[in-house]
Design a protein around this ligand. Structure first.
Ligand SMILES: Nc1ncnc2c1ncn2[C@@H]1O[C@H](COP(=O)(O)OP(=O)(O)OP(=O)(O)O)[C@@H](O)[C@H]1O
Ligand SMILES: [Mg+2]
Length: 293
């Protein structure tokens, strides 16, 4: 008896959060690096379904870095990165689109549907969701401290989001699952970092939360300890001294942009922890790193 009363108490502990978040939208970026073990994928899908049944709307944006690289290698192509971003020629773009929009997107859709949700997969091309343009990046050089502009190929940055297709799906009780591909001005397909896509979508929806699930416990300091909250003012120093590097750079930028554009809260969360979504949402302590202005 005591056991089941305890269970009821745990459920009731979630009441203030459920009341607060009822009807609100959370944008969740499911990082490729966190899509590892089958049990974890299951617990992710169950969390998403649970959130929707208690009235929290979710939009999932997924990455797929490791799977894209593995597929490229299987096809005899060497993945190449500059500043944590994939160099994308046309052949690589074809692989990216197949793996992200085909394999990974549909895997997440089926997982959610198997647990009783109604997920619909789409890419940024569908319904004109994401317009993008080619992105040139500057590579810092030791001598000049400045930078030569590098062509990453078909790598894009979001120029605008038309959330109508997502809003329509949400209104009908569907769970949108978005792959981070956008259409360029001439209809070309562009590969966009999923953190930025999630950020732009969360801003356009004025979402309650943006949550980035990844394969580390949060933003780590030089000593490898989680930084529970990071403010805008503290960011520059950590970027300059290389504490924030590689795939973490787009994450902090994505969170900051979202916060500055009207998203309620942003978190970087360890997607390898079972039920990380529920832990972050329904506990006072939360987990991972919260980015604040
Ligand atoms: N200060 C830092 N704290 C934590 N991780 C960091 C830091 N600096 C760099 N990283 C790296 O960032 C990585 C996470 O970004 P990464 O792009 O690899 O994964 P993801 O974004 O979750 O997946 P995907 O890119 O496939 O969507 C970590 O695995 C870690 O190696
Ligand atoms: Mg990444």
């Amino acid at each position: 008896m005591e056991e089941i009363i305890k269970k009821a108490e745990i459920l009731i502990d979630a009441l203030p959060y459920i009341r607060n978040f009822f009807g609100k939208t959370f944008v969740i970026k499911y990082g490729g690096a966190a899509q590892t073990k089958d049990e974890l994928k299951e617990s992710f899908a169950k969390d998403v379904v649970m959130l929707n049944y208690i009235g929290i709307r979710t939009v999932i944006v997924h990455g797929g870095g490791p799977k894209i690289s593995a597929t490229m290698e299987r096809m005899g192509k060497k993945p190449e990165f500059i500043n944590g971003q994939r160099v994308t020629d046309q052949e690589t773009m074809d692989i990216v689109e197949m793996v992200l929009g085909g394999l990974i997107n549909k895997e997440i859709v089926s997982l959610i549907n198997r647990h009783g949700g109604r997920a619909v997969g789409l890419s940024g091309k569908d319904g004109g969701l994401i317009k993008a343009r080619k992105k040139g990046i500057k590579k810092p050089t030791a001598e000049t401290g400045g930078g030569e502009v590098i062509d990453l190929g078909l790598v894009g940055e979001v120029t605008s989001v038309d959330p109508a297709v997502i809003e329509g799906l949400e209104r009908s009780g569907f769970i949108p699952v978005v792959s981070p591909i956008g259409a360029g001005p001439d209809g070309e397909t562009l590969n966009i970092n999923a953190d930025f896509v999630a950020s732009a979508i969360s801003s356009s929806l004025k979402a309650e939360k943006l949550m980035l699930l990844t394969d580390v416990p949060g933003l780590l300091d030089k000593g490898g300890k989680v930084i529970p909250t990071l403010r805008k003012g503290e960011m520059d120093a950590l970027l300059k001294d290389g504490t924030i590097a590689g795939g973490m750079v787009p994450k902090v930028m994505a969170c900051l942009n979202a916060i500055l554009n009207g998203v309620g809260k942003t978190h970087i969360v360890d997607g390898r922890v079972p039920h990380c979504l529920l832990l972050e949402i329904f506990t006072k302590e939360g987990i991972g790193t919260e980015i604040l202005v």
